[in-house]
Each structure stands twice: as structure tokens, then as C-alpha cells.
Design a protein around this ligand. Structure first.
Ligand SMILES: NC(=O)c1ccc[n+]([C@@H]2O[C@H](COP(=O)([O-])OP(=O)(O)OC[C@H]3O[C@@H](n4cnc5c(N)ncnc54)[C@H](O)[C@@H]3O)[C@@H](O)[C@H]2O)c1
Length: 252
């Protein structure tokens, strides 16, 4: 008997899919049979990820988006649903991490930028994805928060933006629970992506690893596996949940 792929016949939209965890999730969705919308502000990286999926026999389109921009997000959902014929799963994952220098601690520009991409970006994606899903039989959504959405690690700007993501996840998850839309979040600890390579100063990586009870940082695929599970029918009674994927970081 051939095993049925978990997302055969489904359309998955992934933001921040040019790199890191978004890219890993886009590839994983495609391996499980989904047609994937690779959405990112980085056109070169996004095209590379979508080409990789199609070269492997999957179905993908690259859709340029700035998640902080209302018109851009509306156009993204319209294009994805038009070109791929639906929207069953969305992974709202695009994000930035700034504000670590002492001179940036109370920088209004860093705060505005971080909130615009991380918080407003998730808000806008939820708004347009949910509107479409309500009219088309429901769907599942996962947002990328962070352990910084649960406890005060990272810069104040980043912590504020990721707490907002957890709040929106709980709010939308409970509000739309009776209407066939599940909304959850993953809260990764440090994960080996270009973002972490940029923000971990040379020689500091070991200190970060020790903070995780597993003694290492995570791999993008480990977060992608949690995202696919939350989007799958196996998680049918899970909504409004913020799931740490962190090697035990917040449990310590
Ligand atoms: N890497 C970590 O340790 C870690 C831990 C917890 C949470 N996160 C979160 O995970 C998510 C993915 O991060 P990553 O580590 O894979 O980083 P990454 O930098 O490798 O990937 C982020 C992607 O988001 C895209 N992006 C940034 N701004 C955008 C915008 N305005 N519109 C559209 N796309 C945009 C980038 O082009 C990039 O492709 C982020 O939300 C980040 O805050 C990361």
C-alpha cells in the first residue's frame, strides 16, 4: 500500500521562505505533497527556494511580499489563491531581529521597524488569510513567535513583537475555533539560520548552546516538523497554542 502524503492536494503559503526556517518548512510542505507559495521580500532567495522545489518534482511559485505593507500582503493572498487555486495552510514566519546594541535599546526606529515586520506583518497575514479561509471551508495557520514571545530574552523590541505574535495567536485561535480555522504558534529557541549567524557574535555561540538544556541550538528542519504537525489533521484539536520548539529552554 502506498502511503498518502499529508498535504497532497493542499496549498501552503510560507512567508520568509527564502531562508532559514521558512525555507525548511516550504521544502517540507512540498515533500508532503503541498503546492507551495514561497513568499519573501528577498526575490533572489525566494526564487532559489521555489526552483529547488520544482527541480525536485514539486509545485511552487515565488510570490514577492513585504509583510509589513498592507497592500503587498493583500496582493500576496490574492495571487496565491488565484495561481495555486486555494489556501489550506499558512505559515506566517517572516521576521527580523534587531536592537541588541546598548545605543539601540530605546531607539524608536528599531522599535517601529521590528513591530512593523514581526507584529504588523503577522496581523496583516492573519487578516487576509482568515478572510479567504472563512469563505472557503477553513484552514490552518501557524505563526512564528519565539521563546522571546514567552519570556524576556533578546532585545526589548524583539520581545515586545514576539509577545504580540503569541497574543494574536491566542486571540485568533480562540475566536475562529468554531469556524474551522486553527491558529497556533511555534516558539523556537535559538536555531541555526542566517538570522542567528548574524546576531550571535563570534565566540558567543557556545554560551547560547549551554542555555538550551539539550546543549545545542536547533536545526531549521526541527521547527519545520512542528509546523507541519500543527498544520496537519493530526493536530485537529489544537488551537491558540504557543508551542516551544527549544530543546527545553523555557522549561528550565
Ligand atoms: N533563528 C532563530 O534562532 C529564531 C528563534 C526564534 C524565532 N525566530 C523567528 O523565526 C522566523 C524566521 O527566522 P530565521 O531564523 O529563519 O531567519 P532568516 O533571516 O534566515 O529568514 C527570515 C526571512 O524573512 C524574510 N523577511 C524579512 N523581512 C521581511 C518582510 N518585511 N517581508 C517578507 N519577508 C521578510 C527574509 O528575507 C528572510 O528570508 C523569524 O520570525 C524569527 O524572528 C528565529
Amino acid at each position: 500500500m502506498t502511503e498518502r502524503l499529508r498535504f497532497e492536494g493542499k496549498v501552503a503559503l510560507v512567508t520568509g521562505a527564502a531562508s532559514g526556517m521558512g525555507r525548511a518548512a516550504a521544502l517540507a510542505f512540498a515533500e508532503e505533497g503541498a503546492a507551495v507559495a514561497v513568499c519573501d521580500i528577498d526575490a533572489a532567495g525566494g526564487r532559489r527556494a521555489s526552483d529547488e522545489i520544482t527541480a525536485g518534482g514539486g509545485r511552487a511559485v515565488f510570490v514577492p511580499v513585504d509583510v509589513a505593507d498592507p497592500g503587498s500582503v493583500a496582493a500576496m493572498v490574492e495571487r496565491v489563491t488565484g495561481e495555486l487555486g486555494g489556501l489550506h495552510c499558512a505559515f506566517n514566519n517572516a521576521g527580523i531581529s534587531e536592537g541588541y546594541g546598548p545605543e539601540e535599546a530605546w531607539d524608536v526606529g528599531v522599535f517601529e521597524r521590528t513591530m512593523a515586520v514581526n507584529a504588523r506583518g503577522v496581523f496583516l497575514c492573519l487578516k487576509h488569510e482568515i478572510a479567504w479561509m472563512l469563505d472557503h471551508g477553513g484552514g490552518t495557520i501557524v505563526n512564528t513567535a519565539s521563546v522571546a514571545g514567552l519570556v524576556a530574552v533578546s532585545s526589548l523590541h524583539y520581545v515586545a513583537s514576539k509577545h504580540a505574535v503569541v497574543g494574536m495567536t491566542r486571540s485568533a485561535g480562540t475566536h475562529y475555533a468554531p469556524r474551522g480555522i486553527r491558529v497556533n504558534a511555534v516558539c523556537p529557541g535559538a536555531v541555526d539560520t542566517p538570522m542567528v549567524a548574524r546576531s550571535i557574535a563570534a565566540g558567543f555561540r557556545e554560551t547560547i548552546e549551554i542555555l538550551h538544556p539539550m546543549g545545542r541550538i536547533g536545526r531549521p528542519r526541527e521547527v519545520a516538523e512542528a509546523v507541519l504537525w500543527l498544520c496537519s489533521d493530526e493536530a485537529s484539536f489544537v488551537t491558540g497554542h504557543a508551542l516551544p520548539v527549544d530543546g527545553g529552554f523555557v522549561a528550565r
